[in-house]
Design a protein around this ligand. Structure first.
Ligand code: ATP
Ligand code: MG
Length: 565
């Protein structure tokens, strides 16, 4: 059964199913399916469909099948099948023993085609693909009948069987439905049902050289599985009459109902598998699971949790109107989830050395630090404190502007959980003039971060003790595209909007020693820097690589507050 995090708000599909149940349609059963084509990795748009299909099944004590829609042999690969199964499981859903492949139905689909031929509803057409297009007509002009439309049933049966036997060249013939070349709906103008494609299939091998088209295979596959509600995205609305036509004219066991919903569009993201494949193949990203990709594999590596993605899918809801969802909402959901679960640690991304002039050379103190102020049951840990520390380079300015409250010459700040320190002197590289070290003093009376005399500081900085620090590589990610709708201003050339600064690799980060044994996949909040997770692929024992999942700045919450005012 699916994991449901909370009672979901009912959507329009719930209302349809409620009505169906009232009249005891489908004997009161609810059976849905998630039907990916194994020609790419799943992305966040698919997550919406997965949550919807598995979620509805769970809501109505029904079931949801996983069916690979593998009717096109050219683009499909086992790698994709395996990644898709892993991703659906990771999201928290279980198809139990209901794993299906449309290719398992090639034999019954062929028999249904024979039935259509015998009943005069399909014919073998010898027009070339270009001619088929010419005969089809346009949105304003009706099409013309194929010269092969009146072939006799015996001739059609003979030719179709010979198509299967491999007697004809690739593309030389098709099997077409005999519907209406003047239909205002172009999908109904004798659509192609089968094409010749002498290619090996990832599951059926060389058993077939004809392959069924999606619009034919899909409704029949649904019916063979006893699907009650076949949920798809809006672009299939115009195909629904064809979906129903196939079911009405074949001797199928049941007639599923197609219901369309609006797909997810996310800002600063592309979601077409063709475009994602292009990003991978052309090396703009390091693979399908690059943490900048909108794929579930990429998001998992980035540190997004299944809980956050499911909460996001719940929040965006299900409707019929297409819109563009703000990426900031997804990031908000990630923060909301990690806030309660991620332990706080201190990590310095761009280290600047600090020497405490009045701190004994060989002393090391254990400072107590709270693991999660949002959840005190997560306890506390000890962080070593000593004479030589690192702070964040950007937390110091030699000549600070008005609103900079952090460390500067002569100024005092708090080191988180530890002491107040004051900057006494600045050491510079004699050649470049770059600040390389700060000479500071600490006030022993401020242990724990509070001054007994009530004196205040305006900033609290994170820090690590130099001698015990763990060195790590940290990867900072930004949006993959600079524009909300990539390519919109460039005639669709989405690559023109690739963000050249989407990845920044920092190789000399210093982290508190509690992170020495951090396990791949575990997540943390680096105080003041964001949520990070240990990369599952590139980390080695003793040499962790951290990915920044998301920063702490929350433009979404700020936007919501501004709207309330
Ligand atoms: P593409 O057209 O880029 O190849 P697709 O949408 O056809 O992708 P499929 O593998 O056929 O990819 O999709 C499987 C299921 O996921 C379909 O039911 C489809 O409607 C749904 N789906 C795909 N993209 C989205 C999206 N952005 N939002 C919601 N559902 C989606
Ligand atoms: Mg598709």
């Amino acid at each position: 059964m699916a994991i449901t995090d909370s009672a979901p708000a009912p959507n329009f599909i719930h209302h349809i199913i409620d009505e169906d149940l009232k009249i005891h349609k489908n004997d009161g059963r609810v059976i849905t399916r998630f039907p990916p084509e194994p020609n790419g990795y799943l992305h966040i748009g698919h997550a919406k469909s997965i949550c919807l299909n598995f979620g509805l099944a769970a809501d109505y004590h029904g079931v949801c099948n996983l069916r690979f829609d593998d009717t096109n042999p050219s683009k499909e690969e086992m790698e994709y099948v395996e990644s898709i199964m892993a991703d659906v499981r990771w999201l928290g859903f279980d198809w139990e023993d209901r794993l299906f492949f449309a290719s398992d139905y090639f034999e019954p689909l062929y028999d249904y085609a024979l039935h259509l031929i015998k009943t005069g509803k399909a014919y073998v057409c010898d027009l070339s693909p270009e001619q088929v297009r010419e005969y089809r007509g346009t949105l304003t002009a009706p099409g013309a009948d194929s010269p092969f439309r009146q072939r006799s049933v015996p001739e059609n049966l003979d030719l179709f069987k010979r198509m299967r036997a491999g007697e004809f060249a690739d593309g030389s013939r098709t099997l077409r439905a005999k519907i209406d070349m003047a239909s205002p709906n172009l999908n109904m103008r004798d659509p192609v049902l089968y094409r010749i494609k002498p290619e090996s299939h990832h599951r059926t091998g060389d058993a077939w050289c004809i392959y069924p088209m999606y619009d034919y295979a899909h409704p029949l596959s649904d019916a063979l599985e006893g699907i009650t509600h076949s949920i798809c995205t809006m672009e299939y609305e115009d195909h629904r009459v064809l979906y129903d036509w196939a079911l009405d004219h074949c001797p199928v066991p049941c007639h599923p109902q197609q219901i369309e919903f609006a797909r997810l569009n996310l800002s600063y993201t592309v979601m077409s598998k063709r475009k994602l494949l292009q990003l991978v193949n052309e090396g703009h990203v390091a693979g399908w699971d690059d943490p900048r990709m909108p794929t579930l594999a990429g998001m998992r590596r980035r540190g997004y949790t299944p809980e956050a993605i499911r909460a996001f899918c719940e929040r965006i809801g299900v409707g019929k109107r297409e819109n563009l969802v703000d990426l900031a909402l997804l990031e908000f959901c990630v923060r909301e989830d990690l806030n309660y679960r991620a332990p706080r640690v201190m990590g310095v991304l761009r280290p600047l050395k600090v020497v405490l002039l009045n701190y004994p050379e060989d002393r090391v103190e254990e400072i107590e630090a709270v693991n999660n102020p949002e959840d005190l049951t997560q306890g506390a840990r000890k962080a070593p404190f000593s004479r030589v520390l690192y702070i964040e380079r950007e937390d110091f300015m030699e000549d600070p502007p008005k609103k900079f409250y952090r460390l500067a010459p002569g100024r005092e700040v708090r080191l988180r959980y530890a002491y107040f320190i004051r900057c006494e002197a600045v050491v510079k590289d004699p050649l470049t003039g770059e600040v390389v070290e700060l000479r500071c003093t600490y006030d022993p009376a401020t242990r724990g971060g509070h001054a007994p005399d009530g004196r205040r500081v305006k900033a609290t900085l994170h820090w690590v003790s130099a001698a015990q620090a763990v060195s790590a590589e940290v990867r900072l990610y930004d949006r993959l595209f600079t524009q909300a709708v990539p390519g919109e201003e460039h005639g669709g050339d989405f690559q023109a909007d690739l963000n050249p600064a989407s990845l920044q690799v920092l190789t000399s980060c210093r982290l508190e020693p509690s992170l020495a044994g951090a396990l791949p996949g575990s997540f943390y909040q680096f105080e003041r820097q964001g949520y990070f997770c240990v990369d599952q692929k590139d980390s080695a024992p003793g040499a962790p690589v951290f990915n920044r999942t998301v920063t702490l700045k929350d433009p979404w919450a700020r936007l919501q507050q501004a709207q309330k005012k």
